[in-house]
Ligand binder design. Structure first.
Ligand code: NAD
Length: 350
């Protein structure tokens, strides 16, 4: 069967690493019809908007996307705007392309596995945890305004519904993958209503499901993660803490170049690495394609192509084990194209 997958190359290093992921999937023999999805600077040039409705429609229709990173300017009035209003009458506009895609497609959870891979040097040996990040609310609703010329304010929103939904997803994922313990991460000592609700609802769901729930204040969690990451199994976090802790966790196992991720909704999924567009290294053939390739591996498992996914993982692990082949972020002197070529060689029957 041929799989229809929307491929969004993205900006900066996006086209380099996503091109690599595409080559590797094809070399594994998976039959894919790639549907081009424009988003980011390339889309802006081609169609006048950084996120065309056609891209969102394509993901809705085909149900799966592999997305490269997209650039978001800091500060100012940059917004991704769509025609029409939401059901509640508010404007459909978002602070970034990724937030727009997650909200428009209701991709309510971001899953980020964090694990040591053979060959990737890091300070730890046995990290193997999964981060579940709520994806649709918290400060990412971007309800920001100037109260007056000298005061900017933002509103944090946590709802029982969204918390219950992400907790139930985590429970289901844990049951399917044999994981038993989840730490619920919050700052309920200060944010008593919002984070208090997240903690109360998430803990009720996890304990009700017969799994082990603990709770961690987010600052203490950061310390514990750096001191003893091997002790953690799963983390469940509201949107902002999830975003921050994901980058920290990527640093525990080799850095942003090796950290994959996925966003799930009802009947729709979008796979994307944790890293951004890395403008400092774009176009130099030094970007690490591992995170993009591991995101594609997650996608293939979701699509029922577990055998091809495992072969890709094994080929990647073999290449990562050779320090001459890997990219400079992992201490090597290899390049993006060279790494991809070696992985493809291992996947191609001789
Ligand atoms: P970044 O992840 O792009 O880069 C941070 C550091 O990590 C840089 O030094 C970069 O060179 C390095 N790095 C990242 N990916 C790498 C890879 N595959 N191989 C080797 N090194 C890698 O974060 P940033 O600099 O904060 O953001 C740059 C742009 O990306 C911004 O416009 C930001 O909004 C955007 N961004 C997009 C997404 C997304 O689309 N999902 C996620 C994060 C950031």
């Amino acid at each position: 069967m041929t799989l229809d997958i929307v491929l969004i190359p993205g900006d900066g290093i996006g086209p380099e690493v996503m091109g690599g992921a595409r080559q590797v999937v094809e070399a594994a023999g998976v039959a894919v019809r790639w549907v081009e999805g424009l988003a980011g600077a390339a889309a802006g040039k081609a169609s006048g908007t950084a996120l065309p409705e056609a891209t969102i429609e394509a993901i809705r229709r085909h149900g799966v996307a592999l997305k490269g990173p997209t650039a978001t300017p800091f500060g100012g009035n940059y917004r991704i705007a769509f025609e029409g209003l939401r059901a509640d009458g508010s404007a459909r506009s978002y602070p970034s392309i990724t937030v727009a895609l997650r909200k428009e497609l209701d991709l309510f959870v971001n899953v980020r596995p964090v694990k040591n891979y053979p060959g990737i040097r890091s300070r730890y040996d046995n990290v193997d945890l999964v981060i579940f990040r709520e994806n649709t609310e918290d400060l990412y609703l971007s309800l920001e305004r100037m109260r007056d010329a000298d005061t900017a304010e933002a509103t944090k929103v946590i709802t029982r519904g969204a918390t219950r939904r992400v907790a139930r997803f985590a429970i289901d994922y844990m049951r399917r993958t044999g994981r038993k313990r989840v730490a619920i991460v919050h700052k309920a000592n200060i944010l008593k209503l919002t984070d208090g609700m997240f903690l109360e609802v998430a803990r009720g769901e996890v304990e009700g499901a017969g799994l082990e729930a603990s709770q961690r204040v987010v600052d203490a969690l950061c310390l514990d993660l750096v001191m003893n990451p091997e002790a953690f199994d799963c983390l469940l976090l509201p949107n902002l803490y999830g975003d921050i802790v994901s980058d920290l966790a990527a640093g525990l196992v080799g850095g942003l170049g090796v950290a994959p991720g996925a966003n799930f909704g009802e009947g729709c999924a979008m796979f994307e690495a944790v890293h951004g567009t890395a403008p400092d290294i774009a176009g130099r053939d030094v970007a690490n394609p591992t995170a993009a390739i591991l995101s594609a591996v997650m996608m293939l498992r979701y699509l029922g192509e577990a055998e091809a996914a495992s072969r890709i993982e094994a080929a990647l692990a073999a290449v990562l084990a050779d320090p001459r082949l890997v990219t400079p972020d992992l201490g090597g002197s290899g390049g993006t194209r060279g790494m991809v070529a070696r992985i493809v060689e291992r996947l191609t029957p001789s």
